[in-house]
Design a binder for this molecule. Structure first.
Ligand code: ZN
Length: 244
């Protein structure tokens, strides 16, 4: 639950690998939930913040909510920040902190490079914004992030008094905005933050999916090279990532 998003540069760690697989499964589940045009079902991808079709009534069209131009614009900036994470070899998650129409700060996921389990995109954006305005409270601000915040980030969002969170892909493994738990639904924890999920969900999820697909390819190539070096028998059994 509290483990950070992690990435590819630690091929020796089984826990890291499995964690990434879990995350990409989550994004794929979210994508397939829309792409297969199924009616809303009580699965992990059916979250609270989007406008799902009427339960029990199959829809011709996927449940893609109307995305206001403003949300689309800022989420695009968060997606650009996610690409910075990808370029650094980190799981591509990006965040943008906005006040009105002003971008105060951006952040991208970098726990590996930063040797920092708290270096999620949201945390980076919150820290940079607080430094920029010289205030640990950020009332009236909105946070756009490409992946559903985890519990750690949800807590920081509450402490900062963020007015609104807009996230893209859902994370059925660590999401704390309705997918696993809904930290913002508890009035004893939070009185300040509204949450909108699934904004540009397919696009945000696709960035994660492509990242992990590329990593699986690289991992297969490395294993093949190692087998060739060792002269061992081919291993035809698919790894856990291949079951996706
Ligand atoms: Zn987080």
């Amino acid at each position: 639950m509290s483990a950070p998003l992690v990435h590819a540069v630690l091929p020796d760690s089984d826990s890291v690998e499995s964690r990434d697989v879990l995350n990409v499964q989550g994004s794929q589940a979210s994508i397939s939930g829309v792409a297969e045009l199924t009616a809303a079902e009580p699965g992990a991808a059916a979250a609270s913040a989007s406008s799902d079709p009427t339960p029990g009534e199959p829809s011709i069209f996927p449940a893609v909510p109307e995305v206001p131009e403003r949300d689309r614009r800022f989420m695009a900036l968060a997606q650009a920040a996610a690409e910075e994470a990808r370029a650094a070899g980190e799981v591509p998650v990006g965040a943008v902190l906005v006040r009105g129409d002003e971008v105060i700060a951006t952040g991208f996921n970098h726990p590996i490079g930063g040797h920092d389990p708290s270096a999620h995109a949201e945390m980076a954006a919150l820290r940079a914004a607080a430094q920029a305005v010289e205030n640990y409270r950020l009332p009236g601000c909105e946070l756009y992030v490409t992946l559903e915040p985890c519990l750690m980030c949800a807590g920081a969002i509450m402490h900062a008094r963020i007015a609104r969170v807009v996230f893209g892909a859902r994370d059925p493994k660590t999401g704390a905005c309705g997918s696993v738990v809904d930290a913002f639904a508890n009035p004893q924890l939070n009185h300040h933050t509204s949450v909108v999920g699934g904004v540009l969900e397919n696009e945000c999820g696709a960035a994660l999916k492509s990242f992990f697909a590329e990593r699986r390819r690289a991992s297969r190539a490395a294993r093949a090279a190692a087998r060739a070096d060792a002269g061992s028998e081919p291993d035809n059994e698919p790894g856990p990532a291949e079951s996706l």
